[in-house]
Design a protein around this ligand. Structure first.
Ligand code: EPU
Length: 420
């Protein structure tokens, strides 16, 4: 199992280029199941979850070609022959987003068999809202042996009001509704930029979707979708992670190829915490050499403070003067990084859904374990600011969602290496 070894204390300097958004790429790959023509996706990040999705689609009979060399960020998917519309437990347990194939499969093939995901390191992660929504579109759902089976001759447009905002739930049903008979209106939808990006692709494929990126989405069903070419939006969470790296190390870096509009609440909060940033249309420069001040956050659905940035923000405020209260509203168990940060010297008290972080604390390198993707990112950040050497175990978590993180950080002057 790979480990990352980081010697802290170097300011990050220079530029870091952002990859395509994993959480937009995954639903866009699933969307290719809706047509028998090729879908070409560009700006695909080279991360483990993309490879898992390739396996998932290939197991159903789709042809998935991941590019090499200069085309390494392109993938072409042709789902002409879907012989086996099933997502196995083996794949769903390694990547919960595999459930994104449920809606597209039942819409295109009239049936789908998808393993239930079960819990994970950050919380329960049920898919009841995906199932309820599909039932509202006329699908018949049964559950057996840990699998959900959905069937429908053709889905029928309907009204879906989500009890709770769900990102992949919105995406799953959005895809299903594109091929339904008649109009679907979905309310209380997730407004994440990744939902809007998926809708952009679907509209290029011939879907008729309005309102994606707002809480009400209208979809006029069509009988067939065609192939299309689409470039995935930049990864706002990767960008936010590197912005915090610049701030934590007292560096001066330009995070290039991102969309600062997707980072508004984070940038505002960083500003409150004393971090100076300057934006252009597609970059954020972080001038990190200022004292950090405590600032509270509460995670919320977009456009609120993202839960996917909570762990990284916690690493930042370990170095801020004063007490910061971090409230996690989206997942019930997303503080696993707190214990590991404490092993490095951070002063963090947990109280239910709140973490109380007192700073600044002296961080010193230690052996730590990554528990999930964003938790691993927070340990990398803390290690960059710590004295001495940190060794992070179970780096496979970080490889799921960050493309070549050690190369990107080393390019900006970090002393980081991977060992096997
Ligand atoms: N929920 C339900 N029932 C459902 C679906 C969700 O109760 O049927 C609950 C969840 O348990 C959770 C809340 O609703 O408490 C929000 O979950 P959501 O469905 O929005 O999460 P998700 O779609 O499974 C996506 C991202 C996550 C990100 C969350 C929240 C993808 C592939 N994953 O997950 O990303 O944390 O939205 O923004 O888009 C990551 O990239 O590290 C990551 C975990």
């Amino acid at each position: 199992m790979d480990k990352l070894v980081i010697r802290g204390g170097e300011p990050l300097l220079g530029t870091i280029r952002i990859s395509g958004a994993k959480n937009a790429a995954l639903p866009c790959m699933a969307a290719a199941l809706l047509t028998d023509e090729p879908v070409i996706l560009e700006n695909i990040p080279q991360v483990r979850d993309i490879e898992t999705t390739r396996k998932l689609l290939a197991a159903m009979g789709a042809e998935v070609e991941l590019g090499f060399g200069r085309a390494q960020h392109r993938t072409t998917i042709c789902a002409k022959n879907l012989s086996d519309p099933e997502a196995s437990y083996e794949l769903v347990k390694t990547m919960r987003a595999s459930t994104l194939v449920l809606g597209p499969l039942v819409a295109r093939c009239g049936r789908a068999r998808v393993s239930l995901p079960g819990g994970c390191a950050i919380g329960a992660r049920p898919i009841d809202l995906h199932i309820k929504g599909l039932e509202q579109l006329g699908a018949k759902i049964t559950q057996d042996h840990g699998y959900i089976e959905a069937s429908a001759d053709r889905l029928i447009g309907g009204e879906i009001v989500f009890d709770k905002i769900t990102v992949t739930g919105t995406e799953d049903l959005l895809m299903a509704a594109t091929l339904a008979d008649g109009e679907t209106i979905m309310q209380n939808c997730a407004r994440e930029p990744e939902v809007a990006d998926l809708a952009d692709l679907l509209n290029k494929m011939g879907a008729k979707i309005e309102g994606a990126g707002t809480s009400t989405i209208k979809i006029k069903g069509v009988s067939k979708l065609r192939g299309a070419k689409h470039a995935i939006i930049p990864d706002r969470i990767e960008a936010g992670t590197f912005i915090i790296a610049g701030a934590l190390t007292g560096g001066d870096i330009k995070v290039n190829g991102c969309d600062p509009g997707h980072l508004a609440v984070l940038l505002q909060k960083l500003n409150e915490a004393g971090v100076k940033t300057k934006q252009t249309a597609d970059s954020v420069r972080v001038m990190g050499d200022n004292p950090l001040k405590a600032a509270d956050i509460t995670t919320e659905e977009y456009p609120g403070f993202p839960t996917d940035m909570q762990a990284q923000y916690m690493a930042l405020v370990t170095q801020a003067e004063g007490t910061s209260i971090i409230t996690e509203n989206i997942f019930e168990n997303r503080f696993m990084h707190a214990q590991e940060l404490a092993r490095m010297g951070a002063n963090i008290q947990l109280d239910g859904r709140q973490a109380i972080v007192a700073g600044p604390a002296h961080l010193s390198g230690a052996q730590v374990i990554a528990s999930d993707l964003r938790a691993s990112a927070s340990l990398v950040l803390a290690a960059l600011a710590a004295s001495g050497e940190t060794m992070i175990d179970r780096v496979y978590h970080i490889d799921r969602g960050y493309e070549k993180i050690e190369a990107k950080l080393a390019g900006a002057g970090a002393r980081i290496r991977r060992i096997e």
